[in-house]
Design a protein around this ligand. Structure first.
Ligand SMILES: Nc1ncnc2c1ncn2[C@@H]1O[C@H](COP(=O)(O)OP(=O)(O)OP(=O)(O)O)[C@@H](O)[C@H]1O
Ligand SMILES: [Mg+2]
Length: 302
């Protein structure tokens, strides 16, 4: 696996604010790498440093083989950056925006191809201000691809999108990865990070507090899973002896069994052995959001 980004002990202050205290991470080729963390944790500052848009006070970075501090010109030619909403005037047309960006690029992908690739064919002559939120996002992605980058940085790309547009954008981001590109994605949506990212760094107060696959972060939590089902008239067999079971609770028809390990399978087997096959048997597992809450300090601060 080729490493496309290496950051070692990045540190960046704005006046008396420590935006990034000490961030080290590696991003591999062909992955969607997520960065999550509370507001003000230093996510945007970190990715801005990696793109050569800001200079860290200290630390070492290597992005696509370049030093973002001393080689930002060369680096910027090889990366795609998501624009901020305010970066385009309302009256510019989709085609014009793509052509304008292409004019600043040495080997641009032509606008017709990008319009086709990112599903903007019906809107090529539309003014930016007349696009829907989802179409604007598609245009931002297309613009980030004008220079045919190997690595793309997306910071809160799906913010403000409705669920359909958001899912469509997830599809686009997967498509980017499947075309052999690397994506760094900053997001506040845990569901998005869990669904999309191959690995996720949790940044809190300017430090990486955890870095793993979403599943790895969740598994690291070591919290019990809960099995839910309902029983009508049947007697509840004694489940407390089932391996891994820590607690059994019953309220009316509803039963909750908390435990660790393969507790769903073992509880199901025990129920079936007693002739009980509840139709609504399900397991509630911890999510990335649970990992986020457990690992970041916000809950402690508030
Ligand atoms: N240009 C700036 N000048 C001064 N302080 C800044 C500047 N940009 C960011 N900060 C401060 O640095 C800290 C980190 O900000 P940053 O934007 O990197 O956080 P973030 O993790 O992206 O937050 P959010 O989730 O809200 O986007 C914050 O305290 C912020 O107020
Ligand atoms: Mg930010």
């Amino acid at each position: 696996m080729r490493t496309v980004i290496t950051a070692e002990h990045l540190h960046k202050e704005y006046g008396s604010t420590v935006a990034v205290a000490d961030v080290s991470l590696e991003v591999y080729e062909d992955e969607i790498f997520g960065i999550i963390g509370p507001n003000g944790a230093g996510k945007t500052t970190t990715v801005e440093c990696l793109q050569g848009l800001r200079t860290p006070d200290s630390g070492r970075m290597r992005v696509l083989g370049f030093d973002p501090v001393t080689q930002s010109g060369e680096l910027r030619k090889q990366i795609g950056s998501q624009l901020q909403q305010s970066a385009l005037p309302d009256r510019i047309r989709v085609r014009e925006a793509l052509d304008l960006f292409a004019a600043f690029t040495t080997h641009p992908i032509d606008s017709a191809t990008l319009i086709e690739q990112w599903g903007l064919a019906g809107r090529r002559n539309a003014a930016f201000g007349d696009l829907s939120g989802g179409q604007k996002q598609r245009l931002f992605i297309a613009l980030a691809f004008v220079n045919d980058p190997q690595l793309v940085f997306l910071d809160e790309l799906t913010q403000g999108l409705d669920p359909q547009a958001r899912r469509a954008t997830w599809g686009l981001i997967r498509e980017i990865r499947d075309r052999g590109k690397t994506v760094v994605l900053v997001t506040h949506l845990m569901e998005e990070a869990e669904a999309l990212c191959d690995r996720v760094a949790i940044i809190d107060r300017g430090r990486v507090v955890a870095l793993d696959t979403p599943q790895g972060l969740i598994a690291g939590l070591d919290v019990p899973v809960t099995v839910h089902f309902s029983l009508a008239e049947q007697e509840l067999p004694d489940l407390s002896a089932v391996a891994g079971v820590q607690r059994v609770g019953r309220s009316g028809n509803r039963v909750e069994v908390q435990g660790t390990g393969p507790v769903l399978a073992l509880v199901a087997a025990e129920l079936v052995a007693h002739g009980i096959a509840p139709a609504d048997l399900r397991v509630e597992r911890p999510t990335l959001e649970d990992a986020f809450i457990a690992l970041t300090s916000r809950s402690k601060r508030e």
